[in-house]
Design a protein around this ligand. Structure first.
Ligand code: TPP
Ligand code: MG
Length: 284
């Protein structure tokens, strides 16, 4: 387990703010995008790339690297924002989001931009791919880990549960899944659209070791994500309680910002909201 100092917590929070600014930069370029789920998972993905994962932006295919699979591919604004911040590609590319021939499509494409490990977007496939990666690196004798972010609405895809059983069967204790539990999906609250409660008990019944955290708390994210496997021989899963559109005062926890068609007034307000976070962080 890695314990962050207070300075490191602040540093990560500042990185996450910059990541949110990058998300807004892409929304400004395209006037629309899947902002809600990107902003609920932004803190987790920032912590993974800046404190937890072993990756090298200069050598993105390094065999011994850790892998990241964004199973809920529509959250890709967060992934692009982090990859740009980490130096996988130039930030100017963010301004092409939503434009014809952009290297940043509406769902991640591993053939277009370095750092994207696999194509996702059709929900329910990331865990199968990640399980294969975890098995593969183990067979190659690497101590690499595989990190996954799934949506809570995504869990309604039945294929996830085959993958969950397979990861447990193969004792893949080098895999860590975050469920971005913002309690909303595209068309409403997850419990109303298709309930998978009790979430924790279901994953445990599939042989996973489960913890629950505040998915916006850097200390809780890093403490737990650097403590895997939670149990030897079992895959690990974190239920991360989050808020959809976290950081935008007018959009937090609102289902209609799943796909944000941004008005100029909203963009102005979003900039004010992020400036306010910056002011708070500057005061320590
Ligand atoms: C197989 C499949 N079915 C439907 C969709 C359409 N879709 C895109 S996002 C989404 C909701 C996902 O909800 P959740 O996993 O909770 O992610 P969040 O909206 O919270 O980011 C749906 C149904 C899809 N991308 N793939
Ligand atoms: Mg959700």
């Amino acid at each position: 387990m890695y314990k962050l100092t207070n300075e490191e917590v602040l540093e990560l929070e500042k990185e996450a703010l910059q990541v949110r600014r990058n998300v807004l930069r892409m929304i400004k370029a395209s006037k629309a995008g899947h902002a809600g789920g990107a902003l609920s998972s932004a803190d987790i993905i920032t912590a993974l790339y800046f404190k937890i994962m072993r990756v090298d932006p200069k050598n993105p295919k390094w065999p011994q690297r850790d892998r990241f699979v964004l199973s809920a591919g529509h959250k890709c604004l967060a992934l692009y924002a982090v990859l740009a911040e980490k130096g996988f590609f130039e930030k100017e590319i963010l301004d092409t989001y939503g434009k014809l021939k952009s290297r940043l499509p509406g769902h991640p494409d591993m053939y277009k931009i370095p750092g994207v490990e696999t194509n996702t977007g059709a929900l329910g496939h990331g865990l199968s791919i990640a399980g294969g990666m975890a098995l593969g690196v183990r067979m190659d004798g690497y101590d690499s880990k595989v990190y996954v972010v799934m949506g809570d609405g995504e869990l309604a895809e039945g294929s996830n549960w085959e993958a969950a059983a397979a990861c447990s069967h193969h004792k893949l204790d080098n895999i860590l899944v975050f469920v971005d539990r913002n309690r909303l999906q595209i068309s409403g609250p997850t419990v109303k659209v298709m309930s998978y409660e009790p979430l924790r008990a279901r994953w445990e019944a599939f042989g996973w070791s489960v913890r629950e955290i505040d998915g916006h708390n850097m200390r809780e994210i890093v403490d737990n994500a650097t403590d895997i496997p939670f149990e030897k021989g079992k895959p690990s899963l974190i239920i991360a309680n989050t808020i959809k559109s976290k950081g935008l005062s007018f959009a937090e926890d609102k289902v209609n910002y799943h796909y944000w068609k941004a008005t100029p007034e909203e963009i102005e307000q979003a900039e004010k909201d992020l400036n306010e976070i910056e002011r708070r962080l500057a005061n320590g």
